[in-house]
Every structure is written in C-alpha cells, then in structure tokens.
Design a protein around this ligand. Structure first.
Ligand SMILES: C[S@@+](CC[C@H](N)C(=O)[O-])C[C@H]1O[C@@H](n2cnc3c(N)ncnc32)[C@H](O)[C@@H]1O
Length: 447
C-alpha cells in the first residue's frame, strides 16, 4: 500500500483512495516524504491526507509549507490543512497571513480563524480587511462583521402574524408597513410592461423604476441569506403602424443591474422552456420568404432569475436554522431537474391571462424553502404560488391589486388546498388595523 516508488498516476490514484484517516494511520512517514515530490498534484494530495489525521504535531510542517512563496496552490492547501488542525496555537500565524498578497491565502486564513471561533477577538484585524481590494474578501468580512453586530433575537424574528394572508392592495404600500426580515422566500411574476390589460405605465423607464422600488422594499423584509426568484421575459410593444417597427424590451436584463445595485446577490439564471406549440407563432413570414434579416424565432423561454440577500458562504448558516425534523420533512427525495433548463408547460386560466403553472411553483418551493417557511408573492394574481406553498406545508403572504383576482384566489384556497383553512383576506385599511391589534404598529411611511 502507498508505494512511493510507483509512477505518478499510480501514486495519485492511491492517495485519492485513502478515505478517512486518523492518528493510527501507518504510512504517515510516506506521506511526509511525498511532500517533496516533483509533482505538485502529489504534494497537494499528500498534504490533504496528512491534514485528515488532524494531529497538531504537524502544525510547524504545514506552516513551513504555507510560507514557501514558490507554489501558490500548495500554499493554499497548507493553510487549509492548518485550519483542519483546529488548534489555537495557529492563531498568530493565521493572523500574519491576513496580510498575504494572494487573496485565496487570506480567505483560507479567515476560514481557519472562523473555525477557531475567535472572530470576535480579532474584530480590529477584520475591520482593516473590510477595505481590501479583493471583492470576495471584502464581502466575506462585511458579512462576518454584520453577523457579529446582529442581535440574536433578530435572526429568528416572529412572522406568525403574517401567515396565510392575502392583502388586496398596492404592494408598495403593504411592504412599507411590514417589519424587517420576516420573509423566507419570494417568487413572483410582475406585471408585464403594458403587455396586458392590468399594467399601464407612462414609459419603460417608469416601469423599471416601479419594479425597482418594489424589489428594494422586498430586500428589507427578506431574511438575511434567503432567496428571491424573479420570473420575467422580454416583452414586445407592438408597432403603431406599418412604417414603424415593434420594440422588444429585455426586462430580465434591464432590471438585473437595479437588483444588484440594491444589494441582491445574483445566484442563477434558470430558463423556463415551453412547448413551441403553446406560444405565438412569429415564423410565418420568414417561413415563406426565407430572406436573411427577416428571421424571427418563436419565443419559448422565460427567465427565473435567482437572487439572494447576503453572500454564498452563509447558505450553511441558513440551513442550520432548522431542526432535524424540519430538515427531514423538507428533503427533495423524488427525481428532480438537475439542469437550469426547466421544461414546463404554461398554464391557461379562465380569469387571469398570465398565471404560473403549478409545476413551476412546486419546483421553486421544493428547492428554495423548508417546511414551515413563510413564502411571499408580491404580485400574486390568482395565487398559484400561495396554493403551492400550502400544499407543500409552507405558509404564504400575498399582495394583489385587483379585487376580482383576490376573491378568486381566496375561494380557490378554501376549496382546493389541503391547508388548515385559517386564511385571511383583507384590504389595506383592515391590514393596518390587523397589524396594530397584533402588536406591530405600522411605521410612519405606512400611515
Ligand atoms: C403576471 S401577474 C401574476 C400572476 C400570478 N403569478 C398567478 O399565478 O396568477 C401580475 C399581477 O400583478 C398585479 N399587480 C400589478 N400591479 C400591482 C401592484 N402595484 N400591487 C400588487 N399587485 C399588482 C396584477 O393585477 C397581476 O395580477
């Protein structure tokens, strides 16, 4: 076993196979010898395996490798190995690495210090790093510092009073009266720019700014680290006469920079694909004449842009907010879509012209929330997302401007969901009174 005389690929194979190791591992000397091997891959793998042993007698060895500026990948692995030792004896060395020129060494050292649970003690060093040139370090440090300043009571804020309510009102007004950080997940399809009867805006810019206002307010009420999924697609403003062309507005791309500027972190773009037969045929002319430049494809896609409040390293922390039982109930056990291409047929509806297909909502609920979470749709229409939430043992909060949709939504909830039937429907005035009765007086903006 572990024949150090074999050829490189054989040694790599054996090192990769080693699995869990502890202090009793017999071939530690061989691993140490391989730290000087001419192949960088072998040196890295040997370090990885030595780190698994978690013996603090290797601290000096790892520190020496971490100081050897010639080999950056090996150095990074050495700092990671120091982190795995989890010994406070490494504290001053790790602190010295916070000044390293390689941003990855700084990040590895920060992770190792986090593991030692001493970030509170080194607040001064962290504050210095908050102006670091590297964007990831800056974000990481900012996130740690904001967590440190947070009142632990804030993280598990009570949102029970908002559960299973649909408010028939303008979402901008409703968002103003909600407390901070109460929503676990939002999924919405906003009004299309003047493409349907329910949306009239003076200009495309005014439309984008309206959406931006809503999503900024949504940011405040979203819990830290949680997701917002926005479904939009480019829309066409038809031509006013034969001598004008139609204008195509790329809503998902234009709204994106507004979202990033207000703090949402871009996570994924999921492409929703519909069967070609279900969309308007734009191909007729080209099919006949076949002249280049006149090509118009049938648009069978929409976007589900996935954003998050906070940055990547906190996902684990969000998962840790749940107890074992909730995690078990929320696991996605069935077969699931592994790519960002979601083939889902659209929905046709007797009352509303642009409803979500239930399957789309079900996927979002499954992948981005846990049982018992509070799910929000600011433009809820016929309430498809809310129904999906209820059927999957989550709760909903919804806002919708048009009374006829809210009435339909509420009736359907009572008739077609398997929930507790403790649903509430109210207008804005009633909602403000309700907040007051429940000990959440509205803030100045909402009065
Ligand atoms: C694309 S539809 C959403 C349909 C919904 N996803 C469903 O499954 O039924 C957008 C909805 O936003 C509503 N709406 C438009 N402006 C609003 C506003 N300021 N506040 C709340 N709802 C609004 C419209 O009445 C419309 O029902």
């Amino acid at each position: 076993m572990l024949n150090t005389e074999s050829n490189d690929s054989q040694i790599i194979l054996e090192l990769e196979k080693l699995g869990k190791l502890d202090k009793k591992f017999k071939h530690q000397k061989k691993l140490i010898a391989l730290l000087n091997h001419k192949s960088q891959d072998i040196r890295i793998l040997s370090l990885k395996n030595l780190a698994k042993i978690q013996d603090s007698k290797y601290l000096n060895l790892f520190q020496n490798i971490a100081m050897d500026k010639k080999y950056s990948l090996v150095r990074r692995e050495a700092v990671s190995a120091i982190g795995r030792l989890n010994t406070t004896k490494s504290k001053s060395f790790l602190l010295s690495l916070l000044k390293d020129k390689d941003p990855n060494i700084v990040l590895q050292s920060l992770r190792a210090l986090d593991r030692l649970k001493i970030l509170k003690e080194i607040k001064k060093d962290l504050t210095k790093l908050s102006n670091h040139k590297n964007e990831i370090i800056k974000k990481y440090v900012k996130e740690i510092l904001s967590q440190e300043n947070k009142d632990p009571k804030d993280i598990k804020k009570d949102n029970s009073f908002l559960r299973n309510i649909v408010v028939n009102a303008d979402v901008t007004k409703v968002l103003d009266v909600l407390p901070d950080e109460v929503i676990d997940l939002s999924f919405t399809s906003p009004p299309y720019y003047n493409a349907r009867d329910y949306s009239i805006y003076k200009s495309y810019k005014e439309y984008l700014e309206f959406l931006a206002t809503v999503f900024k307010k949504l940011f405040r009420v979203t819990k830290n680290g949680r997701f917002f999924i926005l479904n939009t697609s480019p829309v066409i403003t038809p031509r006013i006469s034969r001598s004008f062309s139609s204008i195509r507005h790329p809503i998902p791309f234009d709204i994106h920079s507004y979202l990033i500027d207000m703090g949402w972190v871009f996570i994924d773009d999921i492409v929703w694909v519909k069967p070609e037969a279900s969309v308007r045929n734009r191909n007729g002319g080209f099919f006949q004449h076949r002249k280049p430049l006149g090509y118009k494809p049938n648009n069978i896609t929409e976007y589900l842009m996935v954003y998050r409040k906070g940055n990547n390293q906190l996902i684990d922390k969000n998962m840790k907010d749940y107890d074992k039982e909730t995690i078990k109930k929320s696991l996605v056990k069935k077969e699931y879509e592994t790519s960002n291409l979601w083939k889902v047929a659209p929905n046709s509806h007797k009352l509303h012209s642009a409803t979500f297909p239930m399957e789309l909502c079900n996927r979002v609920v499954d992948f981005y929330s846990y049982v018992g979470d509070l799910l929000f749709d600011p433009f809820s229409g016929s309430g498809t997302f809310a129904k999906s939430a209820i059927n999957k043992n989550r709760d909903f909060f919804s806002t919708e401007l048009k009374k006829e949709y809210v009435d339909y939504f509420y009736k359907e909830l009572l008739e077609k969901t398997s929930g507790s039937h403790n649903y509430k429907k109210m207008d804005f005035k009633k909602f403000k009174e309700y907040l007051l009765i429940n000990g959440h007086p509205v803030n100045k903006k909402g009065n």
